[in-house]
Design a protein around this ligand. Sequence first.
Ligand code: CO
Length: 497
Amino acid sequence: MQTLDPTANSNPQGTQPSFDRQDWLSGYRSQPQEFDYWIDQVEGEIPADLNGTLFRNGPGLLDIGGHPVRHPFDGDGMISAIAFRNGRAFYRNRYVKTEGYVAEQKADKPLFRGVFGTQKLGGWLANAFDLKLKNIANTNILYWGDRLLALWEAAHPHRLDPHTLDTQGLDNLDGLLAEGDAFSAHPRIDPDVNGQPRLVNFGVKAGLSSTLSLYEFDPQGTLVSHHSHTIPGFAFLHDFALTPRYAIFFQNPVSFNPIPFLLGMKGAAECLKFNPKQPTRILLVPRDGSTPITVDSDPCFVFHHANAYEQDGKVVIDSICYDRFPSVEDGNDYKTVNFDKVPPGQLRRFTVDLATQQATSRDLVTRSCEFPVMHPDLVGRSCRYLYLGVTHAPSGNAPLQGLLKLDLETGEEQIWSAASRGFGGEAVFVPRPNGSAEDDGWLLLLLYNAERQCSDLAIFDAQDITRGPIARLLLNHHVPYGLHGSFVPMDFGPQAA
Ligand code: CO
């Protein structure tokens, strides 16, 4: 593996594929086992002042009883927790014991349809008009107000014990969520509302017109604000951005044709159609509950936002944009995806002038990127640094193998790559206790290491990622490619005997 030689990786160029497809696919093997252990294989040194718990969520099973899921997003949620304590680290993983997981593990075969096209056995006849979706709890994991919640955007969260990761059941948030209500997998934490952090999240009921609900919670988890709005048209909203005054959503120009879904031929997400003639609608939803502002922008597709802030009568939003819906082509399996046909994600800055209600945009990063993260204390404020998962090559689409630090002030990019045999994803930025500079902290990145067929947790000094990891924790097994996660300063490692 060439990953510890920064000079070889600091500025990846070249035209050869940066990865081997079998290597990449080997990170999509199911991980049916659950583990608890102190990580004893460590290259480099875990910083002694890095203390707390990293939580990650993602699909852990890529098959059910040997029947493969059609798309990894249909895989059952598996939580990993890595607790850091005085230079040591403890790993634990557990499945979210959802109703669907428990029933399917017992039956040893798929019993539910997946949103991304996984079907029950027996062809379309067995699937037609079965609209019962499985809450797979596989997208994000949040600790707030003494609750650890596994999130999946279309349903209620599952509550887990943060010490053991045992599933305690569905959580309706003290009765706030009614049957069928959604609670998104992309909450944001406003670092300062009257001196206190505030959790903000949304839920959407999409249809011919859509209903968007916005919730805000104080540090104890008590609801302090809740309002709902009707949005014209079908709204596929995965994430949002936050400023002190607004929750900001991008309504992608997609329509939903339910017929193939109803007939049991396709998953719901496979029935989305991108309309390149429709604008992308930027929705600024005032957090005080007043009427949303709608501003049209050029058509693009957005899953994730990096950050947003307000300045001089303008709202600035940095988002990962695709020129069209980045779906696997019709009838194709994710395993055989032709990366040349999938549009790259690009970091784009949108500026909305509140007086004229016009939006302009420009590209910030054109190398294919996803999963932007930043210093948590600057959410909703102008920040200087963003950290993104990127491809090894400067153009085209491919699996994410690198990490990019962007200086928004100078435009400077630092890049580190795990190619050819390492594969990345979303990093988490952890500020150094008592640090003062915005980039004084660490990036924690779970890498799949195809050489070992296992995963490594890489720790970077965020001030210079080109040095490569300052510590690499070698797990005893692999963690299938995951989605999102979070870090809390509390130590949820094993309790003293
Ligand atoms: Co997401």
